[in-house]
Design a protein around this ligand. Structure first.
Ligand SMILES: [Ca+2]
Ligand SMILES: [Ca+2]
Length: 206
């Protein structure tokens, strides 16, 4: 509790200078497993409560992460950061996906215990289902990846779903490459993925 009290003091009372933190590790909810989410550049994809688990069921609640960081000249151990600003937290996939400006910020600042929450759909594209998802705070990535996988109808990664993506999607359907065309994350490429692709044609970043 002492650690948490210090963190609350640092985060809420004094304010943390963003340049003075360094990522240490991430904490997830105990039953959190890799969640699969469809992301569309215009943010028209499902929100996190509709993210799918491997068995096809839905997560049914927001996605939460508690980052633990080192604070320069702060406590002698990593601490969470209550009140951490949403605009300085975001994630990207290792392939450079989730590219819309502000498309992957959390709902708001970290809560009193330092948890960041994501509820709304992510606005972005270019994410392969096989790519790792990394959280950044103040521009610095955590080594530990988030328990998330994304897929997007924007296969080309230019944050627009257009003819180029139709061509790529058709090719991926032909080869059955789930890394690109498995938009619902059920491990195969079939009609349910086409149903998710077609409505996204024309989508672009807000
Ligand atoms: Ca594209
Ligand atoms: Ca599928």
């Amino acid at each position: 509790m002492r650690t948490l009290s210090i963190a609350i003091l640092l985060g809420l009372a004094a304010g943390v200078v963003l340049a003075d933190i360094a990522p240490d590790h991430l904490e997830f909810e105990a039953d959190q497993v890799p969640l699969h989410l469809l992301i569309v550049p215009d943010g028209s994809g499902p929100g996190f409560p509709d993210a799918r688990l491997e068995d096809g069921s839905t997560w049914d609640r927001p996605f939460r992460v508690r980052p633990w960081v080192w604070i320069w000249q702060g406590p002698d151990e990593p601490v969470p950061v209550p009140g951490y600003p949403a605009e300085d937290a975001w994630f990207v996939t290792t392939g450079g996906g989730v590219g819309c400006p502000g498309g992957s910020h959390p709902d708001g600042p970290a809560d009193a215990e330092g948890w960041l929450t994501w509820t709304d759909p992510v606005a972005g594209g270019g994410a392969l289902a096989s790519a790792d998802v990394q959280l950044y705070l103040a521009g610095l990535p955590f080594d530990e990846v988030l328990p998330l996988t994304f897929a997007s109808p924007d296969l080309s990664g230019d944050d627009t779903v257009d003819l180029t993506d139709v061509t790529l999607f058709a090719a991926a359907l032909g080869t059955g490459d789930p890394a690109q065309a498995d938009l619902d994350g059920d491990g195969d490429v079939d009609l349910t993925d086409i149903v998710r692709f077609v409505p996204a044609i024309g989508a672009t970043c807000p």
